[in-house]
Write a protein that binds this ligand. Structure first.
Ligand code: CP
Ligand code: NVA
Length: 310
């Protein structure tokens, strides 16, 4: 039976396991095609994507921009100051205006409701390029990268160390649930994930503040302690997290001499991760960043180009 098409890419909770795997396989096809033939087919010729940002970005902006170009389409960047989403103009109006100009909208926002409103009011596909709640494009890439590195992911264990309540941790749990991985969240008290999110992720998740939780990890994942928009809490967070730094001692504590380390970047080196781990032999940080391009292309080829997921 055909896998149902997606209309938007707002949150991994909206995807079935089959749809998620469909995107992973499509990302692999597009990556292989580009690497073997030097080009992708121009399946998005004549199509355009609006890139709407309320926060800074390197990977998300560039991977979507280059992804559109590789597929024969065009992307245009709209800065926070230019559009003033929610201040100069409502998300509902922005969505209806952009739907007349572009074939899709990728948005990076503070409040998650803004991407939901863009999708509800616009008439083109909307992609969540990070909200305060979730970062589904990152998690799709992370699982793609884990799949490349480990092969079969069933019952593999990914341990996320740090702010278990942030957008990256939330999407990682949801993504792990799609591919039957086990997740451990190792976070200080006060920064653990919402139990409702753990429950809804569909993954086997355990949550602890005990650093022994890293034992047996196949993958060790971390992210910044202070996310974009949380700058006022920075001092308080810097006081809460130091024991949760991913350093060589913590990597050894996994007991797995083949453990691989992941980080969505940008990193605050010397805080959540040390240089020696980020640049060491276990690091997957840059393959992960580069895979954003291939994962983004899969989302674009499906949503804007109608490429089927199976
Ligand atoms: N990981 C990630 O989303 O990076 P940017 O914030 O640079 O887009
Ligand atoms: N949790 C981080 C991820 C950045 C890609 C943030 O929201 O700032």
């Amino acid at each position: 039976m055909a896998i149902p098409a997606l209309h938007h890419f707002l949150d991994l909770a909206d995807l079935s396991k089959e749809q998620f795997w469909g995107l992973l396989h499509l990302a692999k096809r597009l990556k292989d095609q580009r690497q073997e033939q030097g080009v992708n087919e121009p399946i998005l010729a004549g199509k355009s994507l609006a890139l709407l940002f309320q926060k800074p970005s390197l990977r998300t902006r560039v991977s979507f921009e280059m992804g559109m170009q590789h597929l024969g389409g065009y992307a245009f960047y709209l800065s926070p100051a230019e559009v003033g989403l929610g201040s100069r103009e409502s998300a509902a109006d922005v969505a209806r205006v952009l739907s007349g100009y572009a074939d899709g909208i990728m948005a990076r926002v503070f409040g998650h409701q803004d991407v939901v409103d863009l999708a509800n009011w616009g008439s083109v596909p909307v992609i969540n390029g990070l909200s305060d709640f979730s970062h589904p494009c990152q998690a799709l890439t992370d699982i793609f990268t884990a799949w490349e590195a480990l092969g079969d992911l069933t019952d593999r264990t990914i341990v996320y160390v740090g702010d278990g309540a942030n957008n990256v941790a939330t999407s990682l749990m949801m993504a792990a649930g799609k591919v039957d991985m086990n997740v451990r969240i190792v976070s200080p008290v006060g920064y653990m994930p919402d139990p409702a999110i753990v429950e809804s992720s569909g993954a086997e998740v355990s949550v602890t503040d005990d650093l022994d939780g890293v034992q047996g990890a196949d993958l060790l994942y971390t992210d910044v302690w202070t996310s974009m928009g949380q700058e006022a809490e920075r001092d308080q967070r810097l006081a809460a997290f130091p024991a949760y730094q991913v350093n060589e001692t913590l990597v050894k504590r996994t007991g797995n001499d083949r453990v691989l380390v992941m980080h969505c970047l940008p990193a605050h080196r010397g805080e959540e991760i040390t240089d020696s781990v980020a640049d060491g032999p276990a690091s997957l940080l840059f393959p992960q960043a580069h895979n954003r391009l291939h994962a983004q292309k899969a989302v674009l080829a499906h949503l804007l180009g109608g490429v089927a997921l199976g």
